[in-house]
Design a binder for this molecule. Structure first.
Ligand SMILES: NC(=O)c1ccc[n+]([C@@H]2O[C@H](COP(=O)([O-])OP(=O)(O)OC[C@H]3O[C@@H](n4cnc5c(N)ncnc54)[C@H](O)[C@@H]3O)[C@@H](O)[C@H]2O)c1
Length: 385
């Protein structure tokens, strides 16, 4: 098992991310070691699908460590990451009789993690929170960094809080049951992390994808490649936590190559693609896959990125698996959606572009002409065909 230590100097906080195969049965013991003897009750939040697969193992392990366990299963799907579910989660914490010394455990993908984390951040003004992410995206990205929240009808993640977990436990065996499209979406986010800030991480991710493809069962049945998956996921957690440690709350005025904003590489186009297709055609990570190709084209056309580097990015995204087609979507609609995005500051879009794979540069949207943007959209959205 790998232990990744996360230090948030600004608030003198520290926690660990544990990564390993078949470590879910140690959940209770690991939580007990970090919260101490005073914690009596654990509120476990999951959904039916994930609970049916992993809930009993988690609950047994928690009970074995002396915790009383109450559980609540939210409905599955992004549209349930809502104020309504949030209210239901708070009702559950209240009915469970949770006290300040108790803790919330999220068992599931990013949807469960974001909602349970927000409930933990706000109930009794903040309870200890433990993440047990079960999708690839949640394991490399959403469980690390302390962003929690819910969607409003008018947009994603508009309400939330920064609330760092006390512990993140990543059992890579959970990836055995993750559907192929969810894995592709997760790998796209992995490529994004490497491409935006760490060349070695990018190369390591590409090597893993080249050797094993995206079929998680294939790697997890082989001990050597299982170790490679654990090491790669741990490296992603280390990367994300290093960025977060330097810029926990994503300062909007920061635009250097270590700011949290670089993690939005590919997201300007991705959010627009999701919005204009009513959040139905793409998994978020798949939209990020297209978005990175558009940002890559822009970077090349602005003379920042060498053609060979764009080719490496293209190859990496292709290795993640097939993306739903996007070249039928009207560029004008996409540009309108970009302007309405919440990530725009003072009504201006900013772009995370690349100087090279592993080095991002944030560029103000008004430095990019409409024509250049349209060309990049056309070529980038075709590139994944
Ligand atoms: N907090 C952050 O920093 C952050 C970062 C990135 C994304 N997010 C959020 O994460 C969410 C997306 O997360 P996601 O991609 O994990 O989606 P998700 O939570 O919807 O999970 C995808 C699907 O996989 C199922 N599932 C989960 N684990 C499984 C397993 N082991 N086996 C089989 N099925 C499993 C889920 O029930 C769901 O149907 C979005 O809401 C996004 O906004 C948050």
């Amino acid at each position: 098992m790998q232990r990744v230590a996360v230090n948030l100097k600004a608030r003198a906080a520290r926690y660990e991310i544990l990564v390993g195969a078949n470590i879910l049965p140690t959940l209770g013991k690991e939580i007990r070691a970090c919260v101490g003897a005073a914690t009596r009750r654990i509120a476990l939040i999951s959904n039916q699908k994930v609970y049916d697969l992993y809930g009993e193992i988690a609950s047994q392990s928690l009970r074995g460590a002396g915790f009383d366990v109450n559980r609540w299963l939210m409905k599955d799907g992004e549209r349930h990451k809502s104020l309504r579910s949030f209210e239901a989660a708070l009702g559950f914490l209240n009915q469970s009789g949770l006290q300040r010394s108790d803790a919330v455990v999220a068992l599931g993908g990013g949807v469960v993690g974001d909602l349970a984390g927000f409930a933990a951040a706000t109930y009794l003004r903040g309870l200890d929170f433990i993440q047990v992410p079960t999708t690839l995206l949640a394991q490399i990205d959403s469980s690390v960094g302390g962003k929690t929240g819910v969607n409003l009808a008018t947009g994603k993640n508009l309400v939330g809080a920064f609330h760092q977990p006390r512990l993140v436990l990543i059992d890579v065996d959970a990836l055995r049951t993750v559907p192929p499209r969810e894995l592709t979406a997760g790998w796209c986010e992995a490529v994004k992390q490497g491409a935006s800030g760490d060349r070695r991480l990018f190369d390591r991710t590409v090597r893993l994808l080249r050797s094993g493809g995206t079929n998680s069962r294939q790697w997890l049945n082989n001990q050597r490649s299982q170790a490679g998956v654990c090491a790669t996921i741990a490296a992603h957690c280390r990367f994300k936590s290093s960025i977060v440690a330097g810029d926990e709350k994503e300062g909007w005025a920061r635009n250097d190559s270590r700011s949290r904003r670089i993690l939005n590489f590919g997201h300007t186009t991705a959010h627009a693609l999701e919005a204009v297709t009513g959040y139905r055609r793409f998994r978020h990570g798949e939209a990020v896959g297209h978005g990175m190709l558009v940002a890559g084209e822009l970077s090349k056309n602005l003379g920042m990125l060498a053609a060979g580097e764009l080719e490496s990015l293209r190859e990496a995204i292709a290795l993640c698996g097939p993306l739903p087609s996007a070249d039928d979507i009207d560029a004008g609609e996409l540009i309108k959606a970009m302007q309405a995005d919440k990530k725009s500051v003072a009504g201006k879009i900013s772009w995370v572009l690349l100087e090279s794979v592993g080095k991002a540069r944030i560029v103000a949207g008004d430095q990019i002409s409409g024509r250049t943007l349209r060309t990049a959209l056309r070529d980038g959205l075709r590139a994944a065909e």
